[in-house]
Design a protein around this ligand. Sequence first.
Ligand code: PLP
Length: 357
Amino acid sequence: MKKVYNFNAGPCVLPQPAVDAAIEALKDFNGTGMPVISVSHRSKEWDAVMDECRGLWRELLHIPEEYEILFLGGGASLQFLMVAMNLLENKAGYLETGVWAKKALKEAKGIGNAVCIASSADTTYNYIPKGYEIPKDLDYFHITTNNTIYGTEIKYDMDCPVNLVADMSSDIMSRPVDVTKYALIYGGAQKNVGPAGVTFVIVRKDVLGKVTRYLPTMLDYRTHIDGGSMFNTPPVFSIYVMNETLKWVKGLGGVEAIHKMNLEKAQILYDEIDRNPLFVGTAAKEDRSIMNVCFVMAPGYEELQDEFLNFAKAHGMVGVKGHRSVGGFRASIYNACPKSAVQALIDCMQEFEKMHK
Ligand SMILES: *Cc1c(COP(=O)(O)O)cnc(C)c1O
């Protein structure tokens, strides 16, 4: 198989042991004589996977009992709507830190009174707004902890006077999280915890059942709580791979250990960006994401952009092209991206520097 360094933003690199386990499970799932995609989701063998997966979420993020963990369909994008339908009665506030945050706000506006509390749209979302005040009369305040496209991240669990809701699609399981600071956390699995097709929701039960609108059965969190995430057929294969991915996280020493590795990977790459005269980072330094590292050619070297992309590609780098809305480069260095891949990218940048100095 061709050797590549995968920096895709999502779907993205997954731990090899999880991929290998998935391949085996497609041949014979736990000795059932059937591929995992053919067993009944009502079987005891499948129940065991659901239980183990929920257990791993609880253990790895220290999720207290008053929270439920759901595995749903529809992606983070459906959560933009579901959050508002289930929690918005009078007024909701949103921190607009990027395109995903903006999309979440748009869905909430379709449901009720949702307002932007602060935004960094003025400078293409290259920083996290600070110094804003969260009104006390909000049903909830919504944040996007990691802005996948712009490479900014809220790296701490903020104190919030109202229910805090977070889209953690692209930094879940990358750092320890104090779940008790949040009323609801959601995300698509395909950045850090598995393949596309499954969406995780961690919700504190007491925030539900407070809205007066009619909730369609499938869009009511309580349906999925009551059904153990199996009100309808769950995305079995995606959940299977998610479970294997979480086992891998646990095997490495949990989220605390992974966080250390992530900090190290991000540090060496940002150090190179800051040192190398050909490149410059785009995100405000204090808000730099440890998951998505965004950079561009430095002033004076702009015309080398395509050349560097081709050079990186020739050296086995995949997915380093920046999002079309920002241009330049983006290296997504999620949990499963090894330090050796980051080092290979750094080597590439240094070689490219030598060619052009
Ligand atoms: C990728 C991403 C989404 C969209 O997720 P889908 O599962 O494709 O709907 C939403 N928010 C953030 C922060 C993302 O990175």
